[in-house]
Write a protein that binds this ligand. Structure first.
Ligand code: NAI
Length: 343
């Protein structure tokens, strides 16, 4: 898509447009607020796969009954450092956010916290949750299930999801380290983004229904794991931590995002939060994080690169850029937001 097809919108206005559409679809404000916040987080960081491009999906699923909008949420502490957040199939963004708040509190009190989020909807760009912890001086890992659309290494049919991994660590000065990746070469949202922009995709991202590499985002039938057997192993690890550990559907039994919009998805997420002060000198740890980033910055870039970035740094640069320009949104999505249409 060319630049002319992009509309630049300021954060507050875009957030309100997201909220208005979700509430128009029947989502109560407290959930719409969190979903909008997570979508803004993604778009503002240039993670367009998890921003505005998902709005219609959340609105349609809301209208069709695919989220529990009156959930009986229960926070069950199962040990000094362990808990389950029973989300009762409400919005994943809301559930994962509140579960992380609890995990932060527990790690501050007890040094470490492992909180499973059980039965929720899609929770967006999960770097958001580890960033919450890192901004409080904590180290965090978060992983979640996603629909089975990835061929296992050596296989021709999908089994695991794009099962993302996010890791966050604080820094003394400056934005925290936020490493946030799908365990596929690319997230499914990047295929959606390519579709919305009429772009082709590299042949290393995905396969068609015959298991052959494709460059046409409309022909994508399954995605490929990152780094072959290693990404495949990582997505299995994610599924075990955020699915099987919580007694949830696993692997190919995980529900599909796009198949039946009226069904609850029963997804799982797992937050692990570590308080550095329980493992060593907190100040020294923060200083070391700074030193690490500084030393990485000092490394001479290889040919074709402008500098070495720490994970999340490129996204922080995008945040600053969009603060001035507004956030770019494909015109078709802007028109949808301005319309009365839900789906
Ligand atoms: P990506 O490939 O754009 O980035 C992955 C990581 O690499 C980021 O931490 C980024 O900061 C870092 N990075 C990128 N270029 C870099 C460079 N030149 N130097 C240093 N670090 C660099 O992310 P990906 O895999 O496309 O994931 C996008 C989003 O999709 C994530 O926010 C993820 O949480 C989300 N996702 C969510 C799912 C869900 O079901 N909730 C499923 C799959 C993905």
């Amino acid at each position: 898509m060319s630049e002319e097809n992009l509309v630049y919108i300021q954060h507050d206005e875009l957030r309100q447009l997201f909220k208005d559409k979700l509430m128009h679809a029947g989502m109560p404000e407290k959930y719409a607020d969190k979903v909008a916040e997570l979508m803004i987080f993604a778009d503002a960081r240039g993670i367009h796969s998890h921003g505005a491009v998902r709005l219609q999906y959340y609105a349609e699923r809301t209208a069709k009954g695919g989220f529990n909008l009156e959930p009986q949420i229960e926070f069950e502490q199962t040990g000094p450092s362990t808990a389950i957040y029973h989300a009762d199939n409400t919005l994943g963004h809301y559930a994962a956010y509140h579960a992380m708040e609890e995990a932060i509190r527990m790690a501050e009190e007890n040094g470490i916290a492992a909180v499973g989020v059980k039965e929720m909807g899609h929770s967006g760009a999960i770097g958001y949750y580890v960033k919450m912890a890192a901004e409080k001086g904590l180290v965090a890992l978060s992983v979640c299930q996603s629909d089975p659309m990835v061929v296992p290494f050596g296989g021709s049919k999908p089994y695991f999801g794009t099962n993302p991994i996010a890791f966050g660590a604080p820094r003394e000065n400056g934005a925290p380290i936020v490493f946030d990746m799908a365990t596929t070469v690319q997230a499914w949202g990047k295929i959606l983004d390519a579709r919305s922009k009429n772009h082709s995709i590299p042949d290393t991202w995905a396969v068609d229904d015959k298991g052959e590499p494709t460059t046409d985002p409309y022909k994508v039938s399954a995605l490929l794991p990152v780094a072959g057997p290693k990404g495949y192993g990582l997505m299995m690890m994610v599924d075990i931590l955020s699915g099987s550990l919580l007694g949830l559907p696993f692997g190919q039994h995980v529900t599909s995002m796009y198949e039946d919009y009226s069904q609850y998805r029963r997804l799982g997420q797992f937050h692990l939060v570590i308080n550095p002060s329980y493992f060593g000198d907190e100040k020294q740890f923060l200083e070391q994080m700074n030193q690490m980033v500084n030393e990485l910055h000092d490394i001479e870039p290889a040919q074709g690169f402008d500098q070495v970035y720490y994970p999340g740094e490129i996204q922080e640069d995008v945040v600053k850029k969009y603060e001035k320009s507004g956030i770019p949104i494909p015109e078709s999505i802007y028109d949808y937001m301005k319309s009365d249409k839900i789906y």
